[in-house]
Design a protein around this ligand. Structure first.
Ligand code: BGC
Length: 352
């Protein structure tokens, strides 16, 4: 590539980014330098093929990733398929045709998106899976949070409050690998109490496309089947928790039956303050977007990066970087999400 590049060793490698963040696993191979491109030709271009922009977290991811890539002096082309597999493949193909230098993908469907990876590799373009793993394809890198830990944190927090009783599990989308990892984490943590007979899982259902309306229907069904005899609800994210809580509200049980979620969405944090949601799991997505951006710049130049962690995706051992999620409830939300500026004090406690 004929780009004139000036490498500035600003000591802002991924390792340092990681080290700056309290709850983030330290990488053992931190020597990724920040590369600043100064060129009179077109800068490198990163494609960001997103599943959806229908949830608050993905709007944040989009804005943060765009800023992070641009801060390296690179361009970014972004598209979102809003849950449509064929559209996501078409959008990624278009990016490849437009001459992107590296593709970052948030797959809607872990299996279907393997086709995109093959196409990108055919064109000599590396692919990073962002937050969600692509299955059955030789992905170059996977950067996410420890999704099993997300489930463990939910279950541990719930067991502290409800050590014995009837539990409902409202899962995420079965097409999303994260939903499976989270479920594994939840059930690993609950298993000893289930074995003792202290906890009984009385309802367990996936939620197609993480759709809150389906989560509402699941919760309504769980209440009906069990005559409202439910002691705790673990929901795979805050959007589905919102649906579940509406169904509880309809029975006058919001705030009576504790509900766990994940994402620290503003609506969920406000529900934690008003007592209708018990906890959420906060994932500092600024760290995620910045790390992916730094690694995208690195890999787009065909530099090596070998993290010590890898995850098998059915096809290969995918090099992986997994960040730490944080359990948040009413007691620590100031010290976590507000302290981080993820949401402002006004947004959380304001009356608007
Ligand atoms: C993400 C969650 C998100 C969910 C629905 C999962 O893959 O890890 O943070 O809530 O997708 O968009």
């Amino acid at each position: 590539m004929k780009l004139v590049k000036r490498m500035l060793l600003l000591l802002v490698g991924v390792g340092l980014l990681v080290a700056c963040t309290e709850n983030v696993e330290t990488l053992e191979n931190p020597d990724v330098e920040e590369d600043i491109w100064i060129t009179d030709e077109a800068p490198l271009k990163i494609g960001f093929a997103m599943d959806t922009l229908k949830e608050e977290r993905w709007l944040k991811d989009k804005a943060l990733f765009e800023t992070a890539i641009e801060s390296h002096g690179l361009e970014v082309e972004i598209a979102a398929a809003n849950g449509d597999d064929a559209l996501q493949i078409a959008q990624a193909e278009e990016m490849i045709q437009n001459g992107i230098d590296l593709l970052v993908i948030v797959p809607h469907n872990a299996e279907a998106t393997a086709a995109i990876v093959h196409k990108a590799h055919g064109a000599g373009i590396k692919v990073i899976a962002y937050d969600r793993l692509v299955k059955n394809a030789e992905i170059d890198l996977y950067v996410s949070f420890d999704n099993e830990k997300v489930g463990e944190l939910q279950a541990e927090a719930m067991m502290k409050l409800v050590p014995k009783g009837n539990y409902v599990f409202i899962g995420g989308a079965p097409t999303d690998n994260n939903a499976h990892l989270l479920k594994k984490g939840v059930f690993n943590a609950l298993q000893p109490a289930i074995d003792r007979g202290d906890i009984k899982i009385i309802y367990d259902e996936w939620t197609e496309d993480w759709n809150p309306e389906y989560a509402f229907a699941h919760m309504a069904e769980a209440l009906e089947i069990n005559d409202n005899q439910i002691d705790a609800v673990i929901s795979a994210n805050d959007a589905t928790a919102g649906g579940a809580i509406e169904a509880l509200e309809a029975q006058g049980l919001a705030g009576v039956i504790p509900v766990a979620g994940q994402d620290a969405e503003l609506a969920a944090v406000r529900r934690i303050v008003d007592g209708t949601q018990m906890m959420t799991v906060y994932k500092p997505i600024q760290d995620l977007s910045e790390q992916v951006a730094a690694l995208a710049v690195h890999l787009a130049q065909d530099k090596e990066f070998h993290p010590t962690v890898s995850i098998n995706n059915g096809k290969s051992e995918v090099p992986a970087v997994l960040l730490e999620p944080v359990a948040v409830n009413n007691d620590n939300l100031r010290d976590t999400i507000i302290a981080d500026g993820f949401h402002s004090e006004d947004d959380v406690y304001g009356t608007e």
